[in-house]
Design a protein around this ligand. Sequence first.
Ligand code: SIN
Length: 330
Amino acid sequence: MRIITAGVALAALMFAMPVAKAADPIVLKFSHVVAENTPKGQMANKFKDLVAERLGGKVVVEVFPNAQLYGDNKVLEAMLLGDVHMAAPALSKFKKYTKSLQLFDLPFLFKNIEAVDRFQQSEAGQQLLLSMKKKGIIGLGYLHNGLKQLSASSPLRVPADAHGMKFRIMTSDVLAAQFEAVDALPVKKPFSEVFTLLQTRAIDGQENTWSNIYSKKFFEVQPYITHTDHGLIDYMVITSTEFWTDLPEDTRKELKAALDEAVAFGNKVALAKAESDKKLIMDSRRSEIIELSDDERAKWVEVMKPVWKKFESQIGKDLIDSAAASNAAS
Ligand code: SIN
């Protein structure tokens, strides 16, 4: 009898005591438009794993690839509304928020990814991460994908081969000017629509990296790819200033460290894929890869490079000069 009474008393006490409940984890939604087997897809997944390992219980990263949650045309608005917390759009997709990042779209600006890297890590490159701060967006770092190639329904060796052809481009006025310079017709469309547009012949071609051409199967519906290395698709990993500054300081530091590590991993994937995805496309024999002679390449440079001058006042001459100077090895 006494035991029963003690048990009842203990149960009553337990109900009366406030239960110390662990705080709900912060959910960090990371949205992107590419496949998981790409530099960005792998970087995002690595970040998720590192956060689970180091901040498990405090922060949970949810990754949404393949534009499942938002396309790049909507993701920045969604971020400002707090519906998504991280994304890594291509540098060509920030036109509404800053003119400076148009720099990265100038044709034939960088010789190779090492030059891109030197510029991005320079003071001028790091300043650009803050170019959208007043609009509520901050850049946490750059991620490489690679240099762009031209794919088309007919062979492109010299600029005249592109006359009158429709090319899908990202939402960038510099890219529009680049195709207009070769008398082609640029068509701004989201990444998620490119395969169908090519397959149905609604457009004749597009520009992209080896990894995007392979992972999204563009090579299966484009019989020719010209190895031009004429431009760049790199990313800025972004978050909203409000979300980032509201995080507890130690959590913010840990997230930044995990992100830096994930980006370093993604950059290694990017370098490897620029080689291996090109080879996979070549081996598939679905698409012929055209290698340009020096003379042929010089013709593309000659007609496209004047685009720099057109955008000089929007981007800033000093910035263009400092990016171009990164081609000289330090
Ligand atoms: C991406 O790599 O995120 C997409 C690039 C594109 O829109 O072509």
